[in-house]
Write a protein that binds this ligand. Structure first.
Ligand SMILES: NC(=O)c1ccc[n+]([C@@H]2O[C@H](COP(=O)([O-])OP(=O)(O)OC[C@H]3O[C@@H](n4cnc5c(N)ncnc54)[C@H](O)[C@@H]3O)[C@@H](O)[C@H]2O)c1
Length: 524
């Protein structure tokens, strides 16, 4: 009889062949050697090049040289690469789904969320980049006489640092707007999920990206990360709040910009008029997608006291029914945690909560029979302030349930965290839900959805308030951050200085008169 571990080993050997690793790592600078592992087995998946600090500088040199001719292409030519990438990725999605599952341990459905998100970003920026980057006219200092055009130049070489939890979305998804804006890129993925980022890079090269425009460097975060920060013209960081602060300090010292997509402790509010079946199903998805290792997943569930018992019965029944597994097929609803460190945090948070009086309504146990880092989806009740699970991001399949009396209390408690990434409100009354949504201090709010409605709306900005970060991805903000706006003002006929024999006083009067006239004519 084969075990889950035997199956995972067989899949790993079939998918991650030496030929694939050689093809994906071609061009990655690295005189050292490191390795990535599969959470499904806990064993080595592939040996990878390890980039030294001087080699990171070399990657920036190559990217800088390649950026010139990439930026000189018309935007439409660059955008066409994204559209071809979109088609290629959808055609070859099984390859990347296998790889994401092997590198992260997540269920195929959750790996597919990444393919969907990256396809949407590729299509959005592939179609809209020419409009986002088009030169704009503005009303000048003296209307008609001052002609103003605003250009958007690429920043140069963007340094991108990515985590392991959504390795396709947080590598390629964030790279696409930077590249289409005319930048080159030096990316440091998490070593454990570097193959996924490298697969996306190789596919973009097949779609027409010049080889050197996207460089990948691999190595330990505290070594290679600061080397990226030391050379980049702009930084795009996704990861924990603690590391984000260090990156922001490095960027500040060099006076380069940075966008920081950081952690969360996201709340879901179930109001007394919510559709409880829909809310229970939505909560399962919002809490346990990618085994809760999703920055916008729900870790705090606030339920109106009048519906709490009914809601909890339905929610816990659905939670217990989730099928756990690590097969490279569509058979599991939830996969593994990504590492021993993730499992340790989950075990520590549950143990601390239970020791201090919380009760486990569903789950609560690791599942070593399925693989080394599997853990049941877990629902906790009776969690109180001071418990680790109440204050800190768990980043795992653990949610705490709290009851509230009225809207004001729900909003106040949902906002009582330094984080401000995502939240969700469940109600049958749209005006009521929208009113509450506007009071929540988070970068995105979903109504009658956990996270996907806002995240999937790639035209609209997504990002965090407070300790959840700075800057936004998606939409205009998600591409304009990768550009330097430049204003070119052309003064025609009348100079902006005393002229035509006027002295300073006459000139000042003339200007004041013009300002009044402009106000009367509503010209500015
Ligand atoms: N807001 C978002 O969009 C978003 C998305 C996904 C994950 N996250 C957050 O990411 C965290 C989980 O990811 P993680 O554990 O990989 O985060 P992390 O901060 O440990 O690592 C993120 C990346 O930074 C690198 N790094 C580590 N030390 C560094 C340093 N000193 N300088 C520069 N880079 C360094 C790592 O190697 C990795 O590539 C969670 O807090 C999660 O909420 C946020």
């Amino acid at each position: 009889m084969t075990t889950a571990l035997d199956d995972a080993r067989t899949h790993a050997a079939r998918v991650v062949t030496p030929e694939l690793v050689a093809r994906l790592t071609r061009g990655v600078p690295g005189s050292g050697r490191t390795a990535c592992h599969s959470p499904l087995t806990g064993e080595r998946l592939a040996e990878l090049p390890e980039t030294t600090v001087p080699e990171v500088a070399g990657a920036f040199d190559r990217a800088r040289a390649a950026q010139q001719s990439w930026a000189a292409l018309p935007v439409r030519r660059r955008a066409a690469v994204l559209l071809r990438f979109h088609d290629l990725m959808l055609r070859r999605q099984d390859e990347i789904l296998d790889l994401i599952q092997l590198e992260t341990g997540k269920a195929r459905l959750h790996a597919h969320e990444e393919v969907q998100a990256v396809a949407m970003a590729a299509r959005h920026y592939g179609r809209k980049a020419p409009a986002y980057l088009r030169p704009r006219r503005h009303t000048g200092s003296i209307p008609v006489l001052t002609r103003v055009r605003q250009l958007r130049h690429p920043r140069g070489v963007v340094g991108q640092i990515a985590p392991w939890n959504y390795p396709l979305e947080l590598s390629a998804g964030d790279a696409l707007p930077a590249l289409v804006a005319g930048n080159a890129l030096v990316m440091k993925p998490d070593t454990e999920t570097a193959l996924t980022a490298l697969w996306a890079r190789r596919l973009l090269i097949e779609a027409g990206l010049p080889e050197d425009v996207w460089q990948v460097v691999i190595g330990a975060g505290p070594v290679v990360g600061p080397a990226v920060v030391a050379h980049a013209d702009y930084l795009s960081f996704t990861g924990s709040t603690a590391t984000g602060r260090a990156v922001a300090q490095g960027a500040a010292a060099r006076l380069v910009g940075a966008s920081l997509e950081l952690g969360g402790k996201n709340a879901m509010l179930v109001l007394d008029d919510a559709d409880l079946d829909r809310a229970a199903a939505g909560a399962v998805r919002a809490c346990f997608s990618s085994a809760g290792q999703l920055c916008i997943s729900v870790e705090r569930l606030y339920v109106h006291q009048s519906v709490a018992d009914v809601f909890l019965e339905r929610f816990t029944a659905r939670t217990r029914a989730l099928r756990l597994g690590g097969g490279l097929d569509w058979g599991a609803d939830m996969g593994s945690l990504a590492s021993q460190a993730q499992l340790d945090t989950v075990l520590r948070h549950i143990k601390d909560a239970v020791a201090n009086g919380a009760t486990v309504l569903a789950g609560g146990h690791p599942r070593p029979d399925l693989g080394p880092y599997f853990h049941e989806p877990t629902v906790l009740d009776g969690v109180t302030p001071g418990m680790a699970v109440c204050e800190q991001e768990t980043f795992g399949p653990v949610v705490s349930v709290y009851r509230f009396r009225d809207e004001d209390e729900a909003v106040e408690r949902a906002n009582a965290t330094p984080y401000g990434l995502n939240s969700s409100v469940w109600s049958r009354s749209a005006p009521r839900a929208r009113r509450i949504a506007a009071r929540l201090r988070t970068g995105t709010v979903n109504i009658n959805e956990g996270y996907a409605a806002a995240y999937g709306s790639v035209q609209a900005p997504m990002g965090g308030m407070g300790d959840s970060g700075l800057g936004r991805r998606h939409g205009a903000e998600g591409i304009h951050k990768y550009t330097e706006p430049q204003t070119i003002a052309h003064q025609r006929v009348l100079p902006l200085a005393p002229s035509f024999g006027m002295d300073d006083r006459q000139y000042a009067r003339f200007i004041s008169g013009s300002l009044r006239l402009m106000k009367t004519l509503r010209l500015r």
